[in-house]
Structure formats: structure tokens, C-alpha cells
Design a binder for this molecule. Structure first.
Ligand SMILES: Nc1ncnc2c1ncn2[C@@H]1O[C@H](COP(=O)(O)OP(=O)(O)O)[C@@H](O)[C@H]1O
Ligand SMILES: Cc1cn([C@H]2C[C@H](O)[C@@H](COP(=O)(O)OP(=O)(O)O)O2)c(=O)[nH]c1=O
Length: 205
């Protein structure tokens, strides 16, 4: 059996993560891999209920951080770890880097507390590879406006998304071996080629 692999997709809202996850799932399945496509906050019945609250209910930054980590704990224990143990590739639309970027850099919440929660909840588990879809906030906002109504995060101003982007840049600089930076301003075909090149370099799959 091939070992399980854990891939996360990160970036500001509208960067193109969701559009490319299904494509990558197909690419991996063609190569004979079992794939679990999932997302955070979410991925379990409990975590999806917490997601609804986080996305739509007003709350302070500590409550927000505790709820996303509570959702993550349930998701890891009941979905991600079992999938990795049976040799699947897990494709997760956002993971803990989003907490450091949104609650940490975006909201200004204490990074030390987030690091403590990360240790408790993940027990050393990290994605094997994180694809960071990097895009200017103005471009992402234009893409979002064309397709959907904003939630609590998407209705934030451009300065918030500049901070979130800087938060991702810091996480990438802290762990360059895990991160691959995707230029998300490229055409969808060119984005797919970047992902393929990255995966080819990290194979075999
Ligand atoms: N490379 C791209 N160029 C132009 N538009 C894109 C690109 N990637 C995605 N989009 C479009 O931008 C919008 C937001 O993409 P989405 O995948 O939902 O982003 P995310 O999941 O990162 O929030 C969608 O309408 C999608 O079709
Ligand atoms: C995982 C996670 C997401 N978020 C936010 C970022 C996003 O704005 C939102 C939901 O993410 P996402 O699934 O990308 O939204 P959509 O379905 O609209 O594409 O949750 C956090 O603030 N902290 C976190 O830890």
C-alpha cells in the first residue's frame, strides 16, 4: 500500500482553491490513488455545524479560534487520520495556516495562543504539502464579486486581506519545505500546470 499523503490548499477568498481541488482529485485518481476531498472549517457533521457559526455568527477572535480548532480536532480524528492510515491522499481546502492568516494576521489574535492550540489539536500532524494560491486582494475581490454573496470574512475590506496575505507569506517563510507558492493570477490552465509541476517534483504518486 502507498502511504497516505496530506495536501492543503490555502489562499485568500477568491484565489481559486475550490476550482482546482476537484481537478487535482481527478488527476490523482487517474494515477490509481484513493482521494478524500474535504474542507475546513468542516468535513464532518459536527465541524460543518461549527462552520455555519464561524461564518455567520458575530463573535470575538478567541471564540473564533477555539471553534475552528474544535472543528479541526473532530475532522482530524474522525476523517483525516483514518484516511491517511488507509493510504488515501487527503485534499483539504484550508487547514491551520488559514487560522494563522485569518485569526492571527487578519484579526490580530495572539500567535502564541494559536501555536499552543496547534500543538494540542494536531499532535505533530501537518500537511505534507501546502499549495498557497497567492493573489492580490483586489483581483480576488473582483473574482468573488462576480460569483457570490459575502460571508463574515469575505465582507472584510482590502486591508484585512492584505494582512491575511502577509500572514500566509510568514507561514510559508517559516516552513518553505512544506509550502509551494502558486501564482494564482495566471489563467486556470497555467495554474493547473504549476500544480502539476509541483506534484511531479514531489512524486511518485
Ligand atoms: N486562474 C483563474 N483565473 C480567473 N478566474 C478564476 C481563476 N481561478 C478561479 N477563478 C474564478 O474565481 C472565482 C473564485 O474561485 P474559487 O475557486 O471559488 O476560489 P476560492 O475557493 O479560493 O475562494 C470563481 O468564479 C472561479 O471560477
Ligand atoms: C480554516 C479556516 C477558515 N477561515 C475562514 C476563511 C474563509 O473566509 C472561510 C471559509 O473558507 P472557504 O471554505 O474558503 O470559503 P468558501 O466556501 O466561501 O470558498 O473561513 C478562518 O477564518 N479560519 C480558519 O482556520
Amino acid at each position: 500500500m502507498k502511504p497516505g499523503r496530506f495536501l492543503s490548499f490555502e489562499g485568500i477568498d477568491g484565489a481559486g482553491k475550490s476550482s482546482h481541488i476537484e481537478w487535482l482529485a481527478g488527476w490523482l485518481r487517474e494515477r490509481g490513488r484513493e482521494v478524500l476531498v474535504t474542507r475546513e472549517p468542516g468535513g464532518t457533521e459536527l465541524a460543518e455545524r461549527l462552520r455555519e457559526l464561524v461564518l455567520h455568527q458575530p463573535m470575538d477572535a478567541l471564540t473564533e479560534a477555539l471553534l475552528v480548532f474544535a472543528a479541526r480536532r473532530d475532522h482530524l480524528a474522525t476523517q483525516i487520520e483514518p484516511a491517511l492510515a488507509r493510504g488515501s491522499v487527503v485534499l483539504c481546502d484550508r487547514f491551520t495556516d488559514a487560522t494563522f492568516a485569518y485569526q492571527g494576521a487578519g484579526r490580530g489574535f495572539d500567535l502564541g495562543v494559536l501555536a499552543t492550540l496547534e500543538t494540542w489539536v494536531q499532535q505533530g500532524r501537518q500537511p505534507d504539502l501546502t499549495l498557497w494560491f497567492d493573489l492580490a486582494p483586489a483581483t480576488a475581490a473582483a473574482r468573488r464579486a462576480a460569483v457570490r454573496a459575502p460571508d463574515r470574512f469575505e465582507s472584510q475590506d482590502q486591508a484585512f486581506f492584505e494582512r491575511v496575505r502577509a500572514g500566509y507569506a510568514r507561514r510559508a517563510a517559516d516552513d518553505p519545505a512544506r509550502f509551494a507558492i502558486v501564482d494564482a493570477s495566471a489563467t486556470p490552465e497555467a495554474v493547473r500546470r504549476q500544480i502539476e509541476t509541483t506534484l511531479d517534483a514531489r512524486g511518485p504518486w
